[in-house]
Design a binder for this molecule. Structure first.
Ligand code: 5GP
Length: 209
């Protein structure tokens, strides 16, 4: 499992979409949210859009692996969805905020975490204004939250600076490839191979002969 966090406006969704296009067996998790659907978004594609009451009920039933209040709306990753993807042998990318990432860590769930930073505060501000998705108050709120959150990069395993899309995607791809080759990820396959190296005496000893 990969956890990706970044201040709002860093371009993390585009980055992760591009990453997934280029890497086999990798999926993006679909979160649940209580926020209203934005123009162009589709329920069940961008998010599972649910009411706050249903969200609270899911929290009560302990159905979330992590959940957080972000800009006044609730967001969460359902445990069952995650388990289904991992059981199929696919890797999963969670694009979640720093609070959610902390919960994943606190629960001891094995995951590789990646923080995406914009090249500077000024560039983040320009990007947020350029996408004209938010009004002035929302832009200011996103920038204020970004100021608070960027220091959290220290809690993550990897850092990717989104200076230029292609090279940032390439760095993300390298992280996934390296993690897939790590001993933690390849351990059971390695054990099977090592088993083929066992000589007759070792095999006899193991079978108790
Ligand atoms: P937006 O409303 O712009 O799609 O997302 C706002 C923020 O919510 C983003 O920073 C995004 O990473 C975060 N977010 C989206 N889904 C989840 C989730 O399932 N859990 C948590 N903790 N944060 C999420």
């Amino acid at each position: 499992m990969f956890v990706v966090s970044a201040p709002s406006g860093t371009g993390k969704t585009t980055l992760v979409e591009r990453l997934i296009e280029g890497v086999p067996n990798l999926r993006m998790s679909r979160s649940y949210t209580s926020r209203p659907v934005r123009a162009g978004e589709i329920d069940g594609v961008d998010y599972h859009f649910i009411s706050r009451a249903r969200f609270d009920a899911m929290i009560g039933a302990d159905e979330f692996m992590e959940s957080a209040d972000v800009f006044g709306n609730l967001y969460g990753t359902a445990l069952a969805d995650t388990e289904r993807v991992l059981a199929r042998g696919e890797d999963l990318v969670l694009v979640i905020d720093v609070q959610g990432a902390r919960q994943v860590r606190e629960r001891g769930i094995p995951a590789t975490s990646i923080f995406v930073l914009p090249p500077s505060f000024a560039i983040l501000e320009r990007r947020l204004r350029g996408r004209s998705q938010d009004d002035e108050a929302q832009i200011r709120r996103r920038l204020a939250v970004a100021r608070e959150e960027v220091g959290a990069f220290r809690e993550y395993d990897y850092l990717v600076i989104n200076d230029e899309l292609e090279s940032a995607v390439e760095r993300l791809r390298s992280i996934v490839i390296a993690e897939r080759a790590s001993r933690r990820a390849t351990g059971s396959e390695a054990e099977r191979i090592i088993e083929t190296f066992a000589d007759d005496r070792t095999k006899q000893a193991r079978s108790g002969a």
